[in-house]
Design a protein around this ligand. Structure first.
Ligand code: GDP
Length: 300
């Protein structure tokens, strides 16, 4: 459905080009691999991950003694699935048992607020008691936007005024979640990426509060990155991974981008599972990430 439609440009960038290469070569040789490499790099798979993929495909071709270019496509598809499934089993959000707390981190503009809104709606539809905490206190607009999403999803929100201490908002969110017996508390955090030290300090303060005030809650630290930014998303993810213990990634704006290949780089270079994918601006446009479906969508 939505994922397949959304990934059309990525599909054209990878699958259609691979088809062209196969047609022009007939037989497998070194130049064919070079062309394949170029296709993957152009599709934002990233240099490191592309090299890994090409090496593995070459090994498989050798092992199976393949010679026809037409046999390359299924090998490549197999390899792409393997890359995404490498961290399989961990692709579910850590929210059980309740109570659970989800800390959502990421730079401004990547779709943090939207993802929190979509998640809140989903959990609420599942009959869970959900509370939001507006930890991005640096922008009044962020607090307002999150309140709008809380309305849409029909869940409560704890917020302070602009400029107040983010950790204090999270603290209050935790107290309210405990008092009201919430299943899931979803916390927004500031999205400024001034420098790594600053980010680490801010996040550490929040993590300390969570550890102290909500020690037995199930914890998920979800990093939101924007697929349309390509390799920049990988860079951001690396900075956040150094700053805190990310447990999952939400890759947004996969609809309409040609850079969907970035998912392979994110997953293989960070070794953190992509758990959610954003496929539109609507409240329903968030899906659980499924490696098999994803590769089938870009590689029919
Ligand atoms: P934040 O600054 O990280 O909180 O970002 P927002 O949640 O405000 O989102 C920034 C923009 O990206 C908004 O216009 C959203 O509607 C849009 N957006 C978020 N997620 C998606 C997605 O999955 N697909 C598309 N097409 N747009 C998205």
């Amino acid at each position: 459905g939505r994922l397949k439609e959304g990934l059309e440009k990525t599909r054209r960038g990878i699958s259609d080009k691979v088809d062209d290469i196969i047609k022009s070569y007939q037989k497998i040789d070194e130049e064919l691999f070079e062309d394949l490499e170029e296709v993957l790099i152009m599709a934002d798979v990233g240099l490191e991950t592309t090299e890994r993929i090409i090496e593995d495909v070459k090994d498989k071709v050798k092992e199976r003694k393949l010679t026809e270019a037409s046999e390359i496509k299924s090998i490549l598809k197999e390899e792409l699935k393997e890359i995404l499934e490498d961290v399989e089993g961990k692709s579910k959000l850590n929210i059980n048992p309740s109570p659970a707390i989800i800390l959502v981190v990421g730079v401004n503009g990547v779709g943090k607020t939207t993802t929190i809104g979509k998640l809140a709606y989903r959990f609420r539809e599942e009959g869970k008691k959900v509370l939001l905490s507006a930890g991005d206190t640096f922008r009044a607009a962020a607090i307002e936007q999150l309140s709008e999403w809380a309305n849409r999803a029909n869940v409560d929100i704890i917020s302070h005024s602009e400029g107040s201490d983010p950790a204090a908002v999270i603290f209050d969110g935790i107290q309210a979640a405990k008092a009201r017996n919430m299943d899931i508390l979803i916390c927004d955090t500031a999205g400024r990426l001034h420098n790594k030290k600053n980010l680490m300090n801010e996040l550490n303060k929040i993590f300390r509060i969570v550890g102290r005030e909500y020690p037995n809650a199930t914890k998920e630290v979800l990093l939101v990155v924007d697929a349309t930014t390509g390799q920049n998303a990988v860079m951001q993810a690396k900075v956040f991974k150094e700053a805190c213990n990310i447990t999952g990634i939400a890759l947004t704006k996969l609809d309409g981008t040609a850079k969907g290949g970035v998912i392979f780089a994110v997953q293989s270079e960070l070794n953190v599972p992509v758990k959610l994918v954003g496929v539109g601006e609507g409240i329903n446009d968030l899906q659980d990430f499924d490696p098999e479906n994803f590769v089938d969508a870009i590689f029919p």
